[in-house]
Ligand binder design. Sequence first.
Ligand code: DQA
Length: 145
Amino acid sequence: MNKVLVLHGPNLNLLGTRQPEIYGHETLEDVNNSLYEQAALGGWEITCRQSNHEGELIDLIQAARLDGTAAIIINPAAFTHTSVAILDALNAFEGRVIEVHLSNVHKRESFRHHSYVSLRADGVIAGLGSQGYRAALEAVMQAAA
Ligand code: DQA
């Protein structure tokens, strides 16, 4: 079965209560449940993980290299703008990488305009809220069909 890994970076565990005017009212559990449903309909195996720790995200990306994961959908959150280490880990992963941001980072503070992860991402979705994750999953499943 095709496998996809969804990674959520720091503070995304607070979705629904963290600045809802920017990040929306859905919780991370709501978002993940809709992705589990969508993946099941498409016949894909999906794992969704969140971590506040850069090293843990890197470990999960490294594990995905070895377990047959076809694609990673990642919202690296603040690590987007700081983490060469996450970029390096993604560069060592051979499948597809889609970067997702709930907010339109380009409309926000200038420090959010640069993404290390975009240097590796095959696609980037920003500003569509949680719909961005579902669009990314759709794209991953379509590409493999
Ligand atoms: C974010 C945007 C980042 O700049 C921010 O640090 C986040 C979330 C988004 O989904 O819009 O934590 O990745």
